[in-house]
Design a protein around this ligand. Structure first.
Ligand code: PRP
Length: 213
């Protein structure tokens, strides 16, 4: 008997793209596409149950085993360092983590740098490596406002097209790390549902390889 696999998908465009890959891999669940406020969708025959969760919560569901596998951004994985396996780079949701500031910003290395970000751990680790003293200002969104209003000197944030920076007269000053969506797994599930999880991962990998060919 096939074991049911619980899959946490990030709500939003990335999650929909990720679901389309699962569908193409043979793990469809048609009810997920119906207009509704439901959060759980199951296809017993295919052995899959999907949940829509807040993107930054995917790793929490997976780490604690409420989901066996999930789709999480590398940014979230780096920020929270969850105790999970990263199985596959899905090569979607590509962007980068970068330092940005006002165009005329001049860095005085002898002064503590005020850094506004949603990703305090990524920012701390980046500046620690440079032995740079920083003051982290943790925000939850619209990070670009911080240097404009003088709340911070720089920001550490996601840059995708660069449009948000450009339209707010900011510019990237340094790249920190490339980001993309990853297939992640709970460690215990990976052991006890190994066959099913490996099969899902292998089928998704096959789709990625076909795309490249
Ligand atoms: C993210 C990020 C930037 C923007 C970058 O914000 O924080 O603000 O996207 O995209 P771009 O380079 O294509 O302009 P998100 O939409 O997640 O909203 P947030 O302000 O709540 O962080």
């Amino acid at each position: 008997m096939k074991k049911m696999i619980n899959i946490a998908l990030p709500k939003g465009r990335l999650g929909e793209k990720a679901y389309a890959m699962f569908e193409a891999a043979g793990y469809e669940c048609p009810s997920i596409k119906e207009e509704s406020r439901k959060l759980i969708f199951e296809n017993a025959e295919k052995g899959v149950r999907y949940f829509w969760v807040k993107p930054s919560d995917v790793v929490i569901y997976v780490e604690r085993g409420a989901a066996d596998i999930g789709i999480a951004g590398k940014d979230i994985i780096l920020e929270y360092s969850p105790d999970i396996y990263e199985l596959l780079d899905l090569e979607m949701g590509k962007c980068r983590m970068a330092v940005a500031a006002k165009k005329d910003f001049v860095d005085h290395r002898d002064k503590t740098l005020r850094v506004a970000t949603k990703f305090p751990n990524i920012a701390k680790s980046y500046y620690n490596k440079q032995s740079r003293e920083i003051d982290i200002i943790k925000l939850n969104g619209s990070i670009e406002l911080a240097p404009i209003l003088g709340l911070s000197d720089v920001i550490v944030d996601i840059v995708e097209t660069g449009k948000t920076l450009y339209e707010n007269d900011l510019e990237p000053k340094a790249d920190i790390v490339d980001i993309s969506a990853r297939l992640v797994s709970n460690k215990v599930s990976h052991k006890f549902k190994n066959e099913e999880i490996n099969e899902i991962s292998a089928r998704l990998e096959k789709i990625l390889l076909a795309k490249k060919a």
